[in-house]
Design a protein around this ligand. Sequence first.
Ligand SMILES: [Zn+2]
Length: 178
Amino acid sequence: MHTHPLSSFSYCPRCGQKGLEHVHGRAIHCPSCDLTYFHNVASAVACFVLDEAGRLLTVRRARDPEKGTLDLPGGFVDPEETVDDAVRRELREETGLEATEVRLLFSIPNVYPYSGVDVYTADLFYLTRVKSFDGATAMDDAGELVIVDPADLRPEAFGLRSIRAGVERIVADPKLIG
Ligand SMILES: [Zn+2]
């Protein structure tokens, strides 16, 4: 059972008074200063990165949650950024690679527990092509780069539930990234 992040807040983040009202489980209203604040679903991207030989680039997570398991390059979309730009930026930040093609595959709703709070996300899975993996370097959240043949993908090697579900979709229908 997941609870909305705002349900753990007792004090108004603007005026500091108690007595917050919780609206639809997704917003707070402060009777003291009339603030209404929605904490909406966050957009996150995950990339199936293929080179021209059809190999797939994955990363080993450098941090918790699920440190040490496989992951796909990705992260949260920044304010005032297109989702396609978020894909290109996250790929660049984690691997140093430049995408030559970026295409949305599908999305999966997710709950991402972080610092004791459940963050609701819309995880957007992208097909991302690069010329080659030459010069790719593990940076930022990526502890190590792991190149695999898509035919050898094992969903159970991916620790984050949403990412594993995305990998299961590809294993069930490899044409999606073919
Ligand atoms: Zn207030």
